[in-house]
Design a protein around this ligand. Structure first.
Ligand code: ADP
Ligand code: MG
Length: 547
């Protein structure tokens, strides 16, 4: 399919990126260059000046950082070899952080210089020797004037977020700083937009710069895709996802994660909860990959978890849902992801899970793709239960109209039952029998393969020292690890899919905690708490001994 053809981008390796940088990029989950990186890195490797224009969030930092780091001369100089100007303290820190990560195995020393932090400490750090300085213009000038920042060894100068610098009135400062730089240097300017004053600066201070601009691709919109987003805190993500899946009885979806490791982790978390989920990503060989894809095509795998790269070129029909477990990096990749559903005029649904701080990113996607993505709240356990019954009703209706029930025994029994009972009460009793067999209305909303946290009632407990009707559970984590009552309620309710209100007394000690839950869900809670973690620690849960 034409829209699935990979854009011709080479890999970081093919670009000639140093192996120790490649290793760091892999750890960062950067599987392949973003478009601005694909365009910019080769130009910078040639030593040319560069102006790169691309929207926020397109990876401009790594685009300049990779070549910059690769061309540092180790040990040769205690003085900075690269200077990056950023408009704000936050951006300077962010860039410093990314440079530190990309340069992890080169053991690059980087330092962020910004106002509002003690200058003495910065001076000491500069004296100790740093290779890359990332600073806000004001503080950089301060250090130049004090003679604590020497610019004579600078070979790469970067003007990051140039349009924002302009908006903040830093033009004069930038010119001052540039007047102190050696003539023989590489100059790089990055910006989301290119207003005239920036173009003027680049003309004055750059040597025949190459211009790279990543245009916004106007996508043909597919109106048959319904889109919604859910705002979720990081630690609630898996639970929220399972509710979303159950609520819509999703049985044929691609779930996107940002990194390979994220795919593997999510796949295990879902498998542990009984979902037919598998991850595909670049680490699988062709045989493994095809096997997983075939299993997905045949319905043996219901949830395919993929990175953008792994999903590229997949030709899979009838995907009903695309779920962005991690929001897409760019509007283009969002469009590409959700285009996996709603093929051939069929209706499709795309859900995006976001952290509150990703809200602006979501708005950007909406703006550029010219669509509205409506907000929804994560279904509660009660919603899921109610939907499960609706879906069961739909399924029964379908079976009747499709003439699906042929078994003579069933037909015979139906006739007998109908003679003895009123039809309405009879059907209601059948529904409740089905629900019971599934393990309660809060059980699986879908086909029933797998054991999705179903409530298994009735297990007998010895005396655990609980209130009548309750069992008291022992969990080996307490206040010393920072566990709070809310942690227990959230974890137990989320995992066992019961209402938090059902949970009784919570008695937190230093290193362990007693939690009381109703007797009839006791076993389900014990099952659901296998492999649970609280406050980032895996915990075990067992019936308490009476005191
Ligand atoms: P920009 O400066 O263009 O606004 P950033 O450089 O801050 O964008 O990058 C945005 C995000 O994308 C960061 O979280 C960064 O780590 C991530 N990122 C950058 N390049 C890649 C890549 N090749 N693959 C995956 N993620 C990337
Ligand atoms: Mg940036």
């Amino acid at each position: 399919m034409a829209d699935d053809q990979p854009v011709a981008v080479s890999s970081f390796r093919d670009m000639g990126v140093d192996p120790s940088i490649l290793k760091a990029l892999e750890e960062l989950g950067f599987e392949e260059p973003s478009p601005v990186q694909a365009a910019a890195v080769p130009v910078l490797f040639e030593g040319r000046d560069l102006i790169a224009q691309a929207q926020t969030g397109t990876g401009k930092t790594a685009a300049f950082a990779i070549p910059m780091l690769q061309y540092l001369t180790p040990g040769q100089s205690q003085r900075p070899q690269a200077l990056v100007l950023a408009p704000t303290r936050e951006l300077a820190l962010q860039v410093a952080d990314e440079i530190g990560k990309i340069g992890k195995y080169l053991q690059v020393r980087e330092l962020a210089l910004y106002g509002g932090s003690p200058i003495e400490r910065q001076i000491r750090a500069l004296r100790a020797g740093v290779a890359v300085v990332i600073g806000t213009p004001g503080r950089v000038i301060d250090h130049i004037e004090r003679g604590t920042l020497k610019l004579d060894h600078i070979r790469t100068f970067v003007l990051d977020e140039a349009d924002e610098m302009l908006d903040m009135g830093f033009i004069q400062d930038i010119e001052t700083i540039m007047s102190h730089l050696p003539e023989d240097r590489q100059t790089i300017c990055l910006s989301a937009t290119m207003p005239e004053p920036i173009v003027a600066i680049t003309r004055r201070y750059m040597r025949s710069p190459e211009r790279v601009s990543i245009a916004r691709r106007e996508e043909v919109w597919t109106p048959s895709i319904e889109q919604a987003y859910f705002e979720i805190r990081e630690r609630d993500k898996v639970d929220a996802l399972t509710r979303i899946i159950d609520n819509d009885a999703i049985s044929r979806a691609i779930i996107f994660c940002r990194t390979k490791r994220g795919c593997d982790e999510l796949a295990s978390a879902l498998q542990a909860r009984g979902y037919l989920a598998e991850a595909i990503h670049g680490d699988l060989n062709q045989v493994q990959r095809n096997r997983t894809l075939n299993r997905f095509r045949e319905g043996e795998v219901e949830l395919l978890i993929a990175t953008d790269v792994a999903a590229r070129g997949l030709d899979i029909e009838n995907v009903t849902h695309v779920i962005n477990y991690d929001i897409a990096q760019s509007p283009e990749s969002h469009v590409h992801r959700i285009g996996r559903t709603g093929r051939a005029g069929r209706e499709g649904t795309a859900f995006t899970l976001i952290h509150p701080r990703e809200f602006r990113h979501l708005r950007l996607i909406e703006r550029i793709t010219k669509t509205r993505i409506e907000r929804r709240s994560v279904p509660t356990a009660a919603d899921v239960a109610e939907r499960a019954i609706d879906l069961l009703g739909e399924r029964i209706g379908e079976m009747v109209t499709e003439g699906g029930v042929q078994e003579p025994q069933f037909v015979g029994m139906a006739q007998r039952l109908l003679e003895e009972h009123e039809p309405e009460r009879l059907v209601a009793a059948l529904i409740s029998a089905v629900v019971e067999r599934r393990g309660g209305a809060t059980g699986p909303a879908t086909s029933g393969r797998g054991d999705r946290g179903a409530l298994r009632a009735g297990a007998d407990f010895p005396d655990t020292g609980a209130e009548p009707g309750y069992v008291r559970l022992f969990i080996n984590i307490g206040s010393r690890s920072g566990a709070t009552p809310a942690d227990f309620v959230r974890t137990i309710a989320g995992r066992a899919d019961i209402s938090g209100r059902l949970i009784g007394a919570i008695d937190i000690h230093d290193d362990f905690t007693f939690v009381e839950v109703p007797q009839d869900v006791g076993q389900a809670v014990l099952d659901a708490m296998k492999h649970a973690s609280i406050q980032g620690r895996s915990v075990f849960t067992e019936p308490a001994r009476p005191v």
